[in-house]
Design a protein around this ligand. Structure first.
Ligand code: GLA
Length: 367
């Protein structure tokens, strides 16, 4: 859990803005809620390596250097993350780590970097296959760990292969050596209209990948609250996203101006029930359907079952479920709605949702 610069700043990041976001993470209470990693994405590095072949920060954006920035972040009690890519260039055509895995791992460790995101942007030799790419990611991970055994390793898989058997093999391999890996496309376009299709598309891409997720290694759906509220997303869109990410146990990296988040969005991101479901140590593995309503479930860490209802259809739909569908053997159950805080009791479940709408509840048998 933490913060990433990408959807807010893209490459226009500066050290003062990053420090400001880190301070806001603390003052807003988000850090206390668990968002403790402050990660630079693409755009932090100088256009050329140093005379010694080392990566260096862009001197105009980071005049005091990346080590100084890491120290500021650490002084706030937070962790510091950085970005590079597996080939010669980042996705913004800046220098990346091909041919420098050991050297860059050493540089990052010397700066006090706690988290490294390694993107897949090209600049790789012709003939690179998903298998050889996976080997490069494995090697880079070994270098990162050698120089910092506690490093968190986040990688971006070849997302243009999503849905293909080769992508699944890459995920399987990543689970052996990375802490998280991207399993969905970037969140573009960031518009009100695209919010639901994007969120449901990400869910569909991830549902079948549950066998590879577990403590210390997670399927990554990409960042939360991307440039919220400038993106045009509503609070309901944010609730939908957080509900899906929590059920899928995806990392929660906020990518928005923390200072511009309305109180309701801050409250959503800090919602302790949503966070508990996300951090439960398990990605949802059971999915059932009735009408257009999909119901995803997993054990709730505080008792009962976490259930996410999603309307996958194009119209309003009503799903009807028996308590036994969720493994509940008692005649009645209670449902705690994570977003409204309301509890209701019932003997069967009837759920009506608009197209793309979700509902996240904690279900408990009574008696
Ligand atoms: C890719 C990644 C994004 C971001 C950009 C940076 O598109 O998927 O998350 O890191 O590169 O250029």
């Amino acid at each position: 859990m933490g913060y990433n610069t990408w959807y807010q700043f893209r490459t226009s990041i500066t050290e003062s803005e990053v420090v400001r976001q880190a301070e806001l993470l603390v003052s807003s209470g988000l850090a206390a809620a668990g968002y403790r990693c402050v990660n630079l994405d693409d755009g932090w590095m100088a256009a050329e390596r140093t005379a010694h072949g080392e990566l260096a920060g862009d001197g105009a954006k980071f005049p005091r250097g990346i080590r100084w920035l890491a120290d500021q972040i650490h002084a706030l009690g937070l962790r510091f993350g950085i970005y590079t890519a597996i080939g010669t260039r980042t996705c913004q055509s800046l220098p990346a780590s091909w041919g420098h895995y050991d050297q860059d791992a050493r540089t990052f460790a010397s700066w006090g970097v706690d988290f490294v995101k390694v993107d897949d942007c090209g600049g790789l030799p012709a003939g690179t296959t998903v298998d050889t790419l996976t080997e490069h990611f494995r090697q880079f991970g070994a270098c990162l760990r050698q120089h910092n055994p506690d490093v968190l390793y986040s990688q971006e898989l070849p997302i243009h292969q999503i849905g293909k058997p080769s992508f699944r093999s890459a995920v399987r391999a990543s689970a052996e050596f990375a802490h998280m890996w991207r399993v969905a496309h970037d969140e573009y376009p960031l518009t009100r209209e695209n919010a639901s299709p994007m969120i449901l598309g990400h869910l569909a891409a991830d549902v079948e990948l549950h066998p590879f997720a577990g403590p210390g290694h997670w399927n990554d759906l990409d960042m939360v609250a991307p440039n919220f509220p400038a993106s045009g997303w509503t609070l309901a869109d944010l609730h939908n996203q957080l509900s899906v990410w929590a059920m899928e146990a995806s990392p929660l990296l906020i990518s928005a101006d923390i200072g511009a988040l309305p109180p309701a969005a801050l409250a959503a991101l800090k919602n302790s029930h949503m966070i508990a479901i996300d951090q439960s140590g398990e990605q949802c593995s059971t999915v059932i359907m009735n009408a257009d309503i999909e119901a995803l479930m997993k054990p709730h860490p505080e008792g009962g079952i976490a259930v996410l209802f999603v309307n996958l259809g194009t119209d309003t739909s009503t799903g009807r479920f028996a308590l036994s569908d969720f493994g509940i053997t008692s005649a009645r159950a209670s449902g705690y709605n994570v977003w409204t805080g309301e509890t209701t009791t019932f003997s069967e479940i009837t759920v009506t949702l608009e197209s793309g709408q979700t509902s996240l509840v904690q279900l408990k048998g009574i008696g």
